[in-house]
Write a protein that binds this ligand. Structure first.
Ligand code: GLY
Length: 358
């Protein structure tokens, strides 16, 4: 009966009520989560030096975003600050160090979304822009479009004053070697990379606004203008102040088919609306971390059922920072106004749980 009443009340609720901005929290709080890709990651296959190198770079990206939020800055600026650092690092599959196409080029995809108004920008198949996330944001703020691809996106970048970066900047020996091994042994992208390496960040700022950003080189040996989930709003990236901000990493074809980022946000919004209708106080209407974790896990289970691998990061209006991945590891980190500040790589580590307490 309670469910029936809630359903009827929801149907009668005016759209304006459902679309309102996130209420200002009594105690300003902020939250940030980042990822640098998910995949087959194990301590046995990684030297201690490499592990330390990845952790240090994740920490640098996390600190950059966290500083913006701790200083009272915008979630949009925080996610860009974190993603730019990972795009500039050759360790991750984005910007410098992106995986290479079948023809040996770096072709970059990125997207960004502002949870305040759900404005979004995305680019795909770009070869000459050092920080693709900044070009995606420029599409959002300085064009009437959401997504630009290939030569058109390059033309837009030129017109907006982005410097032309040569391909040699992006291409690293590690990615050339992966492409050569793939071609020589006719391996799949997963066999040569063992991880996806896409980077992303999601943030909640002190004003209650949320943002999500994702950037990638895609998959090794991609051909025919292949585009994955990372630049597709709703698949690899989504932000909505009413529910959550999500960034994904993984086998893009499956994330596209599930519409992962929007699916998580839509389910969370439904739970929030239901809680609001049935709760006896405002506090009881808030999302619980278990609810966010359950929904992220169930959407990732859907990806797995189709045959896909990968993971997601998300933050909620309450400041919960959640990870969910169906791979053995995910490069990741999170920081919050409650003093949480941690990075991790492997699935079994306690220091960043996939069931965080907030
Ligand atoms: N998730 C990145 C890609 O599939 O391109």
């Amino acid at each position: 009966m309670k469910t029936l009443i809630a359903t009827i009340a929801l149907a009668l609720m005016p759209a304006a009520v459902l679309a309102q901005e996130a209420p200002a929290s009594e105690k300003p709080r902020w939250s940030l989560a980042i990822h640098g890709g998910a995949g087959t990651l194990s301590r046995d296959a990684m030297t201690p030096e490499k592990e330390a190198e990845y952790e240090a770079m994740l920490q640098t990206a996390l600190d950059a975003g966290a500083k913006v939020l701790a200083d009272g800055g915008d979630a949009m600026d925080a996610v860009k600050a974190a993603v730019i650092i990972m795009e500039d690092s050759p360790l991750f599959n984005a910007g410098k160090g992106a995986v290479l196409t079948w023809d040996g080029d770096a072709e970059l995809d990125a997207s960004i979304m502002d949870g305040r108004d759900r404005s979004a920008g995305a680019i795909a198949g770009v070869r000459t822009v050092k920080n693709p996330i900044l070009l995606a944001d420029r599409v959002r703020t300085d064009s009437p479009h959401v997504m630009l691809v290939g030569e058109g996106a390059e033309q837009f970048a030129l017109e907006k004053g982005f410097a032309v970066t040569p391909q040699s900047y992006f291409i690293t020996p590690m990615r050339l070697d992966a492409l050569e091994r793939m071609k020589a042994k006719q391996l799949s992208a997963l066999d040569v990379d063992l991880k996806f390496g896409t980077v992303g960040a999601v943030a909640l700022d002190q004003k209650g606004n949320m943002a999500a950003a994702t950037s990638t080189g895609g998959m090794t040996g991609k051909r025919w203008g292949r585009v994955g989930d990372a630049p597709v709003i709703g698949a690899g990236t989504y932000a909505d102040n009413r529910a959550c901000a999500v960034s994904a990493t993984g086998w893009g074809e499956y994330f596209l088919r599930v519409g992962v980022a929007h699916e998580i946000c839509a389910r969370l919004r439904g739970v929030k609306e239901f809680n609001a209708l049935t709760a006896e106080s405002d506090g009881a209407a808030a999302l619980q971390p278990e609810e966010a974790e359950y929904i992220a896990d169930s959407v990732m289970a859907d990806v797995k059922d189709l045959g896909g691998d990968g993971g997601v990061i998300l933050v909620t209006p309450e400041g919960h920072a959640v990870f969910s991945f169906n791979t053995t590891g995910m490069y990741r980190g999170r920081a919050t106004s409650d003093g949480v500040n941690e990075v991790a790589i492997f699935g079994s580590e306690d220091k960043v749980s996939s069931t965080p307490d907030h």
